[in-house]
Design a protein around this ligand. Structure first.
Ligand SMILES: [Zn+2]
Length: 204
């Protein structure tokens, strides 16, 4: 998972109070935003993109990324292909997801999410032979998710309301147990929030 590596951990992070202040200001103009749902959905994107990477499937991740990030992602996958290597990310498990930054940039809301995960990370060559250490390892990545500040995060419908997607009876859950979709009205989370950057911090 080193194709996006841009060096070591950042020297400094925003203080929690500044992040909190940004979220409050954003919530005033984006009432559908709720941190817990945002982090769950961000984790879903993280898991899907990581699995697509293991399948060398750049196109599958394209809808979740801003064009500049996707270009870099595709280049990394093309480089793997040209060496006839396939990265094998198995037993993916996310241990921790947290918000570590929030700021406005060119009228985009930017939220920095840190994922701590573990998986295998070896490669298979064209003969199907393992290249590298196949043991589980822990790794940390920080992803910036961004949306234009005028865009609205889809709001969850009230617990008792029918599912807006399939009409199933109301449930007190974020995701509908019948159709698997978010119980939100309007556009989906992934149509609004896009991955804008990915940085690998360090591995243990
Ligand atoms: Zn449903």
């Amino acid at each position: 998972m080193s194709v996006w590596d841009r060096g070591g951990p950042p020297a400094d992070y925003q203080p929690g109070s500044e992040i909190e202040g940004y979220l409050q200001a954003m919530a005033a103009r984006d009432p559908g935003f709720e941190l817990g749902s945002f982090l769950r959905e961000a984790q879903g994107v993280f898991e899907d993109v990581t699995r697509n990477w293991s399948e060398l499937d750049a196109d599958a991740s394209r809808p979740f990324m801003l064009p500049e990030l996707w270009d870099a992602h595709r280049e990394g996958i093309d480089a793997m292909r040209s060496e006839a290597l396939r990265p094998v990310v198995e037993q993916l498990s996310v241990q921790d997801v947290r918000l570590v930054g929030a700021w406005l940039e060119d009228a985009w809301d930017c939220l920095l999410v840190r994922f701590t995960a573990s998986s295998t990370d070896y490669k298979l060559n064209r003969k199907g032979k393992k290249v590298g250490d196949s043991s589980l390892r822990s790794w940390v990545e920080e992803w910036t998710f961004a949306k234009p500040m005028t865009d609205l995060t889809p709001a969850s419908v009230p617990p008792g309301a029918h599912c807006p997607n399939c009409g199933a009876p109301g449930q007190g859950t974020v995701r509908c147990p019948y159709c698997g979709q978010l119980r939100t009205s309007g556009r989906g989370f992934r149509e609004v929030w896009k991955a804008a950057s990915i940085e690998e911090l360090y591995t243990r």
